[in-house]
Design a protein around this ligand. Structure first.
Ligand code: DX5
Ligand code: ZN
Length: 230
């Protein structure tokens, strides 16, 4: 049954989405300042990018840094693994403080098994898709997962240019979630800023990751609030 249009204006709900600043763009020589800023800000999650130099052409950081962050953060750690063989390290990521653990579909031969292993450690389970990977590839796993991470740049680096096809991809993911009855949230990661954020929310994104837009700004706390207020 369709509802009268005045009850559901086309303008998207405000403040319903989550913001996950990516610490990858923080100051690694003084992370405590960035952590405390995020703790005091409107940020919902800490987005933690782990890169192995194999799955992506860059190496970021590993367990010691995550453990150090975990000692100070007051918010959930949203860990995005850009590594091959993530199964090997699932319990270690749990011990290092991960609350949400996201693996790349392209890095998992037995994705269903990997998702079950993440859930067995009592973490929320996410699946990330590279820009070239079809949303349809999630069809048989969508009801098992808590998060779909749509990459809006090729993974590996902060500060890259947003890929415009992402809007359509988010819409397709939203359709798949609704059709299947999945409860998964949609997270978008890469090149997010105040100009594309409204359109991303409108397309169906629940969580916006932002690195350069937050940490490259003069006032990161305000930039987070700006994204949250879209
Ligand atoms: C890229 C990472 C992103 C990155 C986002 O591989 O997954 O989380 O830090 O940074 P920006 O927002 O600068 O593109
Ligand atoms: Zn990320």
């Amino acid at each position: 049954m369709s509802s009268p249009p005045f009850l559901f204006p086309l303008q998207k709900k405000s403040m319903g989405h989550l913001i996950a600043p990516s610490i990858l763009s923080g100051n690694f020589a003084n992370l405590i300042t960035d952590i405390e800023m995020l703790n005091q800000s409107e940020a919902d999650w800490f987005h933690i990018d782990v890169m192995d130099g194999v799955f992506v052409p860059n190496i970021s950081f590993g367990f010691p840094v995550m453990e150090a962050i975990n000692k100070h953060t007051l918010k959930p750690m949203d860990v995005h693994l850009m590594i091959v063989n993530p199964d090997k390290y699932i319990s270690q990521f749990k011990q290092a403080g991960a609350n949400i653990l996201t693996v790349h579909l392209e890095a998992c031969t037995h994705l269903h098994r990997t998702i079950q292993a993440i859930k067995a450690e009592e973490m929320s389970a996410g699946v990330a898709l590279n820009p070239h990977t079809a949303v349809n590839d999630l069809e048989d796993i969508i009801t098992d997962i808590d998060l779909v991470l749509i990459m809006s740049v090729n993974p590996g680096f902060g500060g890259q240019k947003f890929i415009e096809n992402t809007y359509r991809k988010i819409e397709r993911t939203r359709n798949l979630i609704e059709k299947s009855g999945s409860k998964a949230k949609i997270e978008v990661d890469g090149g997010v800023n105040i100009d594309n954020a409204p359109k991303l929310i409108e397309a169906g994104a629940d969580v916006l990751v932002a690195g350069n837009f937050v940490f490259g700004s003069d006032n990161p706390t305000q930039s987070i609030l700006d994204l949250k207020s879209v």
